[in-house]
Every structure is written in structure tokens, then in C-alpha cells.
Design a binder for this molecule. Structure first.
Ligand SMILES: [Zn+2]
Length: 115
């Protein structure tokens, strides 16, 4: 089955295209970052606003420790042991695919957001 990439976290695991040509969201929730397309961003239809919304959601998600939203539907090898957080390697890989430069490894950030 064809998979689509999440524009927020870069996870290649969406079952549906996040937006159609009218920028209306699929309603799907990303199993990695928890963003719901067309719900979390329903107040904005303009492409630029959606982009900004993705950016701010991503920052918040990263700041909270990049926890995997639905770990049981996420590849287990990408999740840290005894945690729901994504491994740093996978996080960097995913963010690179969407052209986002995250200052990882940011041990300080990772530590301060530990449970
Ligand atoms: Zn995502």
C-alpha cells in the first residue's frame, strides 16, 4: 500500500495524502507526531498558514520530546527503550526528509523533556 510522508514530522507512514488539491485535510492522525490533518489546522485554508501551523506544531512536538503518538503502530526499532520517544537517529532522518534542520543531538533539550 502506498504511504505518504507527514509534512510535520517527516514520518513516511500516512495512509492518505494529508491534503487534497483544495488543501482540505484528510482527517488522518499521524501515528508519529499526532497531528491531525484538517482538524488541528481547520481554521486555516491558505497554504502559507498551514505551513506555519505545521512549523509551530513541530516545534511544540520536538520540545515535548518527540514522543510517538501511537507507538504500537510505529516501527518498534525507531522507539527508545522504555519510552515512547523516537530514537534520535530516526528523528534526524525524518526531519531531514522534510528539509527541517533540527539542532539535534540536543542533549539538553532531550534531557529537560524527559519524563
Ligand atoms: Zn507526523
Amino acid at each position: 500500500m502506498k504511504k505518504f510522508r507527514c509534512p510535520v514530522c517527516g514520518f513516511m507512514g500516512l495512509a492518505k495524502k494529508p491534503y487534497d488539491s483544495n488543501l482540505s485535510g484528510s482527517g488522518e492522525i499521524c501515528q508519529c507526531c499526532g497531528f491531525q490533518f484538517g482538524y488541528d489546522d481547520q481554521s486555516s485554508q491558505a497554504r502559507k498558514r498551514i505551513q506555519e501551523f505545521h512549523d509551530s506544531y513541530r516545534i511544540k512536538w520536538l520540545f515535548e520530546g518527540a514522543k510517538v503518538f501511537h507507538p504500537s503502530s510505529f516501527p518498534v526499532e525507531y522507539i527508545q527503550k522504555n519510552s515512547t520517544r523516537m530514537t534520535e537517529t530516526q528523528l534526524i532522518r525524518q526531519l531531514n526528509t522534510i528539509g527541517f534542520k533540527h539542532n539535534v543531538p540536543n542533549k539538553k533539550l532531550m534531557k529537560t523533556t524527559m519524563n
